[in-house]
Write a protein that binds this ligand. Structure first.
Ligand code: GLU
Length: 442
């Protein structure tokens, strides 16, 4: 049974890169009939807020990425304490007293000597009396995990065989001086307790995985399978979290992006699969394969997303959108109207332009009055259907001698007030004779 988790920190809004990670986890789980857990990494009480947590949940719901369970790290502190105590018992954590300035000084000195800035384990040399002296000074220790200096290996679903050597890594700090946990231990404990089988996350976590492999082993658990995907960047190659609000999921939703356009785009960007539109998440999941993820940095292409958005709308049926377009104010919309106008939509809200053209008032553009007068003369009687346009323009052609663009463009301008739009053969019966006559008369 596959169990995955998406583990955002509720310290900001989701951007498209986070949404991609959530989606990829969801698709991976669902393609295997598995479980998707939403885990809120809210141990940082100063930066985590319920507003951000609510906004993350709302964004995931909008995308359709329903979770099977939700977990909050802030409610699991006892589990982290137990794991920490167990590591302490086995001698795998040790107290350190260096100040940030001292650590920075050590780091600079190592770098200036051409050495990698790996923690020198100075704290392991402290005697009991020295530790006691720090304690009595009121200088609380932070706690590091003591890595085994052995080889660390795993087969990553995206990166293939990955190798680290413990000797090249700094013993990570698990607990700060104020007793709060950093990311490293709670995440590993949760992955164990929640039975996570597959961890899919950004490649910025590869070195954390090397450390967590040893934490899993120390706590007597088998490590999950890992997949580290390259992070989505902007077209300029810069990270997404560094930029302004325009790439958040909520701002894209407000900008008229459809959830399935976003999902279709994010499921395949950076993979060897074609990026194309799918009608629902089930279809996306059916042929999703995390191992198709490439090693190159995928770039977020807003133009491509907008093109997929248009395609998504063009393929939607009336039942799917009727409530939404009614909310936008399209009170007279029906199936025929939707079929006629959907090929001209880039955003759903564009529907109102065509709703006005069909049922509201337009400013007719009449450039050659004689031509329009002649066309009005031969306007067929109702009932109208999709053949009416052909009949009418045939008669207008005969009466005026106009053909091609000279024939069609002035009629479109007079009827719709615009020089582009849905096919007139579909619009004509929807607009109806009475309105058209009025517009032809200016
Ligand atoms: N909260 C972590 C992050 O957002 C989770 C990383 C993980 O998936 O383990 O980077």
């Amino acid at each position: 049974m596959t169990i995955v988790r998406f583990a955002p920190s509720p310290t900001g809004h989701l951007h498209v890169g986070n949404a991609r990670m959530a989606l990829v986890n969801w698709l991976h789980a669902k393609s295997k009939g598995g479980t998707f857990i939403l885990r809120l990494d809210d141990t940082d009480a100063t930066r985590s807020t319920t507003e951000f947590a609510d906004s993350i949940e709302a964004d995931l719901r909008w995308l359709g990425l329903q979770w099977d369970a939700i977990e909050r790290q802030s409610e699991r502190m006892d589990n982290y304490r137990k794991a920490f105590d167990a590591l302490l018992e086995m001698g795998r954590v040790y107290p350190c007293y260096e100040t940030p300035e001292e650590l920075e000084y050590k780091r600079k000195r190592q770098l200036s000597r051409g050495k990698p800035p790996i923690y020198d384990r100075g704290a392991l040399d402290l005697g009991d009396d020295e530790r006691a002296a720090f304690d009595s000074e009121g200088r609380p220790p932070h706690w590091r995990f003591k890595l085994d200096h052995t080889s660390i290996d795993w087969t990553d679903l995206v990166r293939g065989d990955v190798h680290f050597d413990g000797v090249n890594l700094s013993d990570p700090v698990l607990v700060r001086g104020d007793g709060t946990y950093l990311y490293m231990l709670p995440s590993a404990v949760d992955d164990i307790d929640m039975g996570i089988t597959d961890v899919i996350r950004g490649e910025d976590h590869v070195a954390n995985t090397a450390v967590q492999m040893q934490i899993f082993a120390a706590l007597g658990a088998a490590a999950p399978t890992f997949a580290h995907t390259p992070l989505l960047t902007g077209m300029d190659g810069k990270g997404l979290s560094k930029r302004l609000g325009s790439l958040t999921v909520s701002s894209m939703r407000e900008d008229g992006i459809e959830a399935m356009a976003m999902n279709s785009y994010l499921a395949h960007v950076g993979t060897s699969d074609d990026v194309d539109v799918r009608p629902d998440l089930g279809e996306l999941a059916s042929d999703f394969d995390i191992s198709h993820t490439g090693r190159g940095t995928p770039k977020f292409d807003a133009e491509r997303l907008h093109a997929l958005n248009a395609q998504t709308l063009h393929a939607m049926d009336f039942n799917t959108v009727s409530a939404r377009i009614a909310d936008l104010g399209a009170e007279f919309a029906d199936d025929a109207f939707w079929q006629a106008v959907r090929p001209n939509l880039e955003r759903l809200s564009d529907v109102m332009v065509w709703h006005d053209v069909c049922f509201g008032s337009v400013d007719p553009v009449i450039e050659i009055a004689d031509f329009i007068a002649a066309a009005t003369e031969v306007l067929p009687p109702e009932p109208w259907d999709e053949g009416t346009w052909k009949t009418w323009t045939g008669d207008v052609k005969e009466a005026t001698g106009a053909k091609g663009k000279e024939l069609f463009k002035p009629l479109r301008l007079a009827i719709t007030g615009l020089d582009h739009g849905p096919e007139l053969k579909a619009l004509l019966p929807i607009i109806g004779r009475e309105r058209i006559l009025k517009r032809l008369n200016g």
